[in-house]
Write a protein that binds this ligand. Structure first.
Ligand SMILES: [Zn+2]
Length: 129
């Protein structure tokens, strides 16, 4: 299983994931649009927060279920505990330091987060093969 390291811009927050990244999710909800993030889900066993617990900020809105985590020093969004599956992490693939989006070119799957209730089942469906 490939292993990647991620961080915020100032590197106060660092994390690691074990993951095979073949597709990432681009969500059009109000907050993801403004952040411009690309999501990739990892189960808790494959995610490790290495440093920065003290710098980790949390933003919640709407239902308050999702926890949008960012660095309180540099402001970069590093990962989310998503509303659709709060037990998981969705890391911001743009924060992975040794994963080159331009080179790897994962499939970018749109998610219609503006219509979350109607669309959430598509998010939790098994990935197509
Ligand atoms: Zn930072």
């Amino acid at each position: 299983m490939p292993h990647y390291r991620g961080s915020c811009h100032c590197a106060a927050i660092t994390f690691e994931i074990d993951a095979l990244i073949e597709r990432v999710t681009q969500c059009n909800c109000s907050v993801c649009t403004k952040k411009g993030i690309l999501h990739f889900r990892v189960p808790p066993n494959d995610f490790r927060l290495v440093s920065g617990e003290a710098e980790l900020g949390t933003y919640r809105f709407g239902t308050g279920v999702a926890k949008h985590h960012f660095c309180t020093v540099c402001g970069i969004h590093v990962f989310t505990r998503p509303r659709a599956a709060p037990e998981l992490y969705t890391v911001n693939v743009r924060c992975l330091d040794d994963y080159d989006l331009e080179k790897e070119r994962p499939e970018i799957v749109p998610f219609d987060g503006r219509n979350f209730e109607a669309q959430v089942d598509t998010l939790n469906a098994p990935a197509p093969r």
